[in-house]
Ligand binder design. Structure first.
Ligand SMILES: CC(C)NC(=O)[C@H](Cc1c[nH]c2ccccc12)NC(=O)[C@H](CCCC/N=C(/NCCC(=O)O)S[C@H]1O[C@H](COP(=O)(O)OP(=O)(O)OC[C@H]2O[C@@H](n3cnc4c(N)ncnc43)[C@H](O)[C@@H]2O)[C@@H](O)[C@H]1O)NC(=O)OCc1ccccc1
Length: 251
């Protein structure tokens, strides 16, 4: 059977699975935002990405050893997020959720706000929000200092106690927000269908959610133009992009 026909039948079967599923969970990664112009961790080869290991930059050690370098990296990425717009994949999910309240829950590893800007309600963010900041260390001042009053430096610092501002994201070696992780794990165990979109499946505990869903009896489908570490967990891998495939599944 010609490849195109196989792909068409696979999309059709996945579309029927989406229509039949009562509780759908979407687990998204950087590939979800790639067609919005935000480089994935894998593809990013420009600017500071090309010169430094993201896992080094995205760590407390990395920030403490060179706060300005890490702050500038996040400033570069924040500008990219602000300039980006949701793609057809984000919009297809938001439209489906609006038309069928309670049927679709998004769990994302992404620190951008494109799912939210597309109109998706109540997105579970496992790795934080790149557009928010918080104090690096607990504020030691008698009256906790308001981050908004920080001295506008790179990174901004507290005029009272010298505390540094950091992006409100989860760095490697840091715990995920317990409430978000607990909700994500219980949704994974209860869903009928988990759609894994645009992730290499290399970062834990996020990547472990697909096996949780499979072991609990859910169907697991992958949307990714390339092979990933989660292919073995999936019932079907749809080799296409988020913006091309999701409108076909949720249209
Ligand atoms: C790398 C890995 C080996 N290391 C980890 O997983 C570590 C350590 C670890 C924990 N458990 C383990 C178990 C096994 C092995 C290691 C570990 N995990 C942690 O450190 C976690 C924290 C992990 C979170 C780190 N923060 C991020 N982001 C925020 C920051 C920032 O963004 O700056 S992770 C970051 O990288 C990950 C990148 O992965 P992807 O999103 O998948 O992107 P990638 O580029 O890799 O792939 C893109 C994919 O898209 C596809 N694609 C491309 N274009 C498209 C397209 N158009 N459409 C569709 N798909 C597309 C490509 O083919 C590709 O497959 C994302 O999660 C992203 O959020 N914390 C923790 O475990 O804490 C413990 C703890 C517990 C208690 C108390 C204290 C501590």
């Amino acid at each position: 059977m010609p490849m195109r026909e196989q792909a068409r039948l696979a999309i059709q079967a996945a579309h029927e699975a989406v229509a039949a599923a009562g509780r759908i969970v979407v687990l998204s990664g950087a590939g979800m935002s790639s067609e919005s112009g935000i480089p994935t961790f894998r593809d990013a080869q420009t600017g500071l990405w090309a010169r430094f290991d993201p896992m080094q930059l995205a760590s407390t050690e990395g920030f403490r050893s060179d706060p300005r370098l890490v702050w500038d990296w996040y400033a570069e990425r924040r500008a990219g997020v602000r300039a980006a717009v949701p793609n057809a994949g984000h919009l297809a999910l938001a439209r489906f959720a609006a038309a069928r309240p309670g049927r679709l829950q998004i769990i994302t590893q992404n620190v951008d706000d494109l799912h939210q800007r597309a109109g998706s309600p109540d997105v579970i963010r496992l790795h934080g929000d790149i557009l928010q900041s918080r104090w690096l260390d607990p504020c030691r001042a008698p009256e906790p200092c308001d981050p908004a009053t920080a001295e506008p430096e790179r990174p901004p610092h507290c005029t009272q106690c010298g505390n540094l501002l950091r992006p409100a994201v989860v760095w490697f070696g840091e715990q995920l927000p317990p409430d978000a992780l607990t909700r994500a794990e219980s949704l994974a165990r209860q869903c009928d269908l988990m759609l894994v979109v645009g992730t290499s499946g290399t970062v834990y505990p996020a990547a472990g959610l697909a096996s949780l869903a499979r072991d609990a009896g859910a169907m697991v489908l992958i949307v990714n133009p390339h092979a990933s570490d989660l292919d073995a967990v999936a019932h079907q891998c749809l080799r296409g992009t988020a913006a091309a495939v999701l409108p076909l599944l949720f249209g």
